[in-house]
Write a protein that binds this ligand. Structure first.
Ligand code: PGA
Length: 252
């Protein structure tokens, strides 16, 4: 059975103090209630990760960075390398979030470099893909997502590809309160699985976790997670409230 995953992307929110409170509350709930067999991941800002890892040690909660540099080291002021992320105790890294693509101009080639560096450093990439509203309205959404994967993850060999997690996040659903319907999420995620089967094989396609992201919250998580090709969620806004986040985690 595929790993079920709930990951919280805090984006540029929380001071360190607020982060410690939030991560502490999540970890406490996780220890107490152990929502059945899921991997629980939090992606706080870089500046908090080490502290939160220490503060929640032993809880089983895992950490992700929200981004990483596309170069290994050197004169890249303000960038954070995969090796630096590794030393914080994070074991995952989100790559290709639509905010990185649209607000910071990250292109597929850059994202591919990031994926390779993350894998070299034994960090698990949580790779985001998804279409814009106009692309969906034009009926190009499958093509757009296929191209995003062809240009990045599908260039990996099977051994490396099997280490990644995919997050399907329709851009029109991120932070808008407009969730994809469970049917829309299922339709795309089944299509992604088919693309994987065509590029690699059925077994690989069946083993890769595919998360849904975009206005996922406690009130809609259960019906989305009930879809056969949805293995969990990448949660933005709703991951900033411990209760809400943990009730999403209990939605399988
Ligand atoms: P949202 O964000 O849940 O606030 O829509 C999801 C994401 O950006 O990963």
């Amino acid at each position: 059975m595929r790993q079920r995953i709930v990951a919280g992307n805090w984006k540029m929110n929380t001071t360190l103090e607020e982060g410690l409170q939030l991560a502490g509350d999540v970890a406490k709930d996780y220890i107490k209630n152990r929502p059945g067999d899921i991997e629980l991941i939090m992606a706080p800002p870089f500046t908090h990760i080490s502290e939160l890892v220490k503060a929640t040690a032993g809880s089983g909660v895992k950490y992700a960075a929200q981004n990483c540099a596309s170069e290994k080291e050197g004169a890249y002021t303000g960038e954070v390398s995969v090796a630096m992320i590794r030393t914080t105790g994070a074991t995952y890294v989100i790559i290709g979030h639509s905010e990185r693509r649209t607000l910071f101009g990250e292109k597929d080639e850059t994202l591919f470099k990031k994926v390779r560096l993350a894998l070299e450093e034994s960090l698990v990439p949580i790779f985001c893909c998804g279409e814009l509203l106009e692309e969906r309205e034009a009926g190009n959404h499958f093509e757009v997502v296929k191209k995003q994967l062809d240009n990045t993850l599908f260039r990996l060999d099977e051994v490396d590809f099997r280490k990644v997690i995919i997050a399907y996040e329709p851009v029109w659903a991120i932070g808008t309160g407009k969730t994809a319907t469970p049917e829309q999420a299922q339709e795309m995620q089944a299509a992604i699985r088919k693309m994987i089967a065509e590029r690699y094989d059925e077994e690989t396609a069946n083993d890769i976790p595919i998360l849904y992201g975009g206005s996922c919250k406690a009130s809609n998580a259960a019906e989305i997670f009930a879809q056969p090709d949805v293995d969990g969620g990448l949660i933005g806004g709703a991951s900033l409230m411990a209760d809400e986040f943990m009730s999403i985690a209990r939605s399988f």
